[in-house]
Structure formats: structure tokens, C-alpha cells
Design a protein around this ligand. Structure first.
Ligand code: PLP
Length: 414
């Protein structure tokens, strides 16, 4: 009797991952993933690796918070963990200026909703205790906006995305933190897009009690690994006093496997879930790379390459509306307005992985995560120019390419 399998082996092609994320996983990270042994999750080297990861994460995030570790999964896993202390009926003010902070605000509405509110519209609950301040797409959340809302509502929690990847906007983290301090509010921040790209230390922001990031953007660690999180003692005390409706993503319980017990570092973690030796190994290598390159150096490289890419697409007649340094969000030249989806789909079909915005208005997003070389930027610019020409644009290629070179050299010299 012959055994047949229903599908051929899955082959996923390589693409030029020039979107907002996932970023290009470093080859060293992939090889650490594939090169780990099949040790179990309580093997001494796996446990030691997790402790080292925890210590490296504290350094990368710039924090003395004991409760700093990785949540197994993707960015949303870390965000879910961070928001787990928000309980039904808790008062929250959330600032939304794009796709991701919009989903964060939905998560908060789900967590803060009463049972009746949840039953009323379980997938989109209107929690009376949650105020969502909508800031238009393409605009940043400013300190004044945060101050006015916190002064008016005096909530227990406030939420903001540090960098809103949907619209490519940097929000005012200092203003957010200051307003939280002034009104004695516990700030929660989605730092998914900023960690590993921007040079900042979370301990500088005294009003923020909880932070969550992701593996796949600045950290270059896509193979399903860990979403970094960090919590102040105040957050942990609040959580301990009130509890949370989760086991897997419970910040106090999950921390134990990383050797954080009763608010202190202990020598070895204790079982919480079956962590993967492959994932630990990959995450460890990603953190080593990030720390070896140094945050300030990486932040500077991102700024140089983003401004080079920005200058090139502007020379093609595009209008850039973002201010993040890992991403440009742009409108096509007026003659091609309305054809963004067509252009993005054409590029993606050719293995050039750029993205549209995921919520209105439709714009094009081109990212440079782990693509920090003039050669990579030149390839992105060339392929984008090919696509614009395929739509009918007339471009002066040699002018654009020489602009790239001069812009880059000027920035390097500066
Ligand atoms: C990418 C992103 C997320 C979601 O992260 P996943 O890894 O897809 O779960 C959340 N918030 C922001 C700001 C993001 O950029």
C-alpha cells in the first residue's frame, strides 16, 4: 500500500522584505535557530540562555525593571501581556492614530469592558470606561493632546503607540510620559516599531509603567520567538493586587521562567510553558547583534538610510507623510493617485515586498528594516522606479541614482 501525502512540500520564496515589518531576519539569527540542539526547555543551557536574554534585554531597553523578559509569540502576544492588568471597569484613555494603535485600543476595550458590554458586541465592545482619542491618520499624538485628555478624564491607565507603523508617525513619548506623571496615570506603550531602531532608554519615561515590543521589526528576529516586555514595580504591584484573567501571558507568572520570582532575579527559571531551545537561541543571537552594533549607531544608520530613500522617492514626485526612520509612507505623484494598490500588488508579485496602508487613506509603505546599506537602498529605489514606470511615469533614472549617491555621502560626512 502506498502512502500519499495531499500536498507537495511547501516552498516559500525569498523576497526583498521592504515593508514596515517583518524585517529581514539576520542570517546569524536563522543559523542560531537551526543550529540549536533539541534540548528540552529545562536544560541548563536553555535556562542560562534565557537569563542572559533577560539581562541583554534590560540593557537594550535601558531599564532597571526586574520584570523585563520575552513573551513567547509575536508583538500582539507582548501587548496582550502588557494589557493583562487592565481589568473590567478600569478607566483608560487610549490614543489611536493608525492601524496598530487602533487594534491596541480595541484590545483595551475588550479588557476593560464589563461582561454586559462584552456580550453586547463581543468583537467590538463599547466599554464606557475606555475613552479612545482618535488622532487623524498621518498626524502624531502630541503632548498637548495627551495632557488635555488626561486632565479631563483622569483615568487609571493611558495608552499610546510610540511609533505608529500604520501611518509611519512618531508620537510624543516624552509628552505622554510627563502627562502621565502629572495626573498620576499608569502609561502603557506599544514600542513594537521603535525598539532596536530608535536610541532611547525606557527608564527615562517615568510615567510609563508597561512597555511591549516585538521580535520581527527592529530586533531582526522573525522566527517565532519573543516579544520583549518590561514593567515597573508599580505595574507589578497593581497587577498582584488585582490579578489578571490569563495564565499564559500573566506578567508575574510568565516572568518566572526567565528567573524572576517574587520581584527578584533568581538563578534559574521555573517551568511556565515549553520554551523552544531554537527560539531561545535565535533571540539570544538577535540581542547580541543589537547590542554589539549599539543602539545609537543603529539609530543613526536608520536615519541616514531613511532620509536617502525619502530624497529618492520625493525626486520621483511622491509625497512622504511619515517621520519614522525605518519606513517611508508616501502618496504617489498626483497623476497616479488612486493606483497605490495596483502598484503595491505589482511589486509584491515580483518579490518586492512593499505594503499599502491597512486603513484609509491608501498609501504606499516602504520599509528598510535591516536593509541598512546603500546597495540595498539603491535596489529598493530601482525596483520602485521600475514599478512607477510600469504605471506610465517618466523618470530621470540617472538623476535619481546620482542623487542617492550624493545624498548618502553628504549624510555620512555630516
Ligand atoms: C507590527 C506592529 C504590531 C503587531 O506586531 P505582530 O508582530 O504582528 O504581532 C503592533 N503594534 C505596532 C505599532 C506594530 O508596528
Amino acid at each position: 500500500m502506498s502512502v500519499t501525502t495531499p500536498y507537495a512540500k511547501l516552498n516559500i520564496p525569498n523576497t526583498l522584505a521592504a515593508g514596515p515589518g517583518p524585517g529581514n531576519t539576520d542570517a546569524r539569527v536563522l543559523s542560531a535557530y537551526a543550529g540549536a540542539g533539541i534540548a528540552d526547555h529545562m536544560h541548563p543551557d536553555v535556562l542560562r540562555g534565557m537569563i542572559e536574554c533577560k539581562l541583554m534585554l534590560r540593557q537594550l531597553m535601558g531599564t532597571g525593571n526586574v520584570h523585563t523578559f520575552g513573551v513567547a509569540g509575536t508583538g500582539w502576544s507582548g501587548l496582550d501581556c502588557m494589557m493583562s492588568a487592565v481589568m473590567p471597569g478600569d478607566t483608560v484613555v487610549a490614543f489611536a492614530n493608525g492601524t496598530f494603535s487602533g487594534i491596541d485600543a480595541l484590545t483595551l476595550r475588550m479588557k476593560a469592558a464589563t461582561r454586559d458590554e462584552l456580550a453586547e458586541d463581543s468583537l467590538n465592545p463599547k466599554a464606557a470606561s475606555v475613552t479612545v482619542i482618535e488622532v487623524p491618520h498621518g498626524k502624531s499624538v502630541t503632548g498637548e493632546i495627551v495632557e488635555a485628555a488626561l486632565a479631563e478624564h483622569k483615568p487609571k491607565w493611558a495608552f499610546m503607540a510610540h511609533w505608529e507603523t500604520g501611518s509611519g508617525r512618531i508620537n510624543d513619548i516624552q509628552g505622554f510620559s510627563d502627562a502621565c506623571v502629572r495626573h498620576d496615570v499608569m502609561g502603557l506603550v506599544d514600542a513594537v516599531s521603535s525598539l532596536g531602531v530608535e536610541d532611547f532608554s525606557i527608564d527615562d519615561y517615568l510615567g510609563v509603567a508597561g512597555w511591549a515590543s516585538c521580535p520581527q521589526k527592529g530586533l531582526l528576529c522573525l522566527p517565532l520567538t519573543y516579544a520583549p516586555v518590561s514593567f515597573t514595580d508599580r505595574y507589578i504591584d497593581t497587577l498582584r493586587a488585582n490579578g489578571a484573567y490569563t495564565y499564559a501571558n500573566h506578567p508575574i507568572m510568565e516572568a518566572r521562567h526567565w528567573g524572576i520570582v517574587e520581584g527578584r532575579d533568581v538563578e534559574n527559571g521555573t517551568y511556565h510553558r515549553t520554551h523552544s531551545a531554537y527560539a531561545v537561541s535565535a533571540f539570544h543571537e538577535a540581542l547580541r547583534i543589537n547590542l554589539a552594533e549599539g543602539l545609537s549607531n543603529r539609530a543613526e544608520q536608520y536615519a541616514i538610510h531613511e532620509s536617502t530613500l525619502r530624497a529618492a522617492v520625493e525626486a520621483m514626485g511622491c509625497e512622504v507623510t511619515s517621520n519614522m526612520t525605518s519606513l517611508v509612507v508616501l502618496n504617489l505623484p498626483p497623476d497616479f493617485a488612486g493606483r497605490e494598490m495596483e502598484l503595491v500588488q505589482m511589486c509584491r508579485a515580483q518579490g518586492f515586498g512593499i505594503w499599502p496602508t491597512l486603513s484609509a487613506p491608501v498609501q504606499v509603505r516602504i520599509g528598510i528594516l535591516n536593509l541598512l546599506s546603500l546597495a540595498n537602498i539603491t535596489e529598493i529605489v530601482t525596483r520602485f522606479a521600475d514599478a512607477l514606470e510600469a504605471l506610465g511615469a517618466k523618470l530621470d533614472r540617472s538623476a535619481i541614482l546620482s542623487l542617492l549617491e550624493t545624498h548618502y555621502q553628504t549624510r555620512i560626512a555630516a
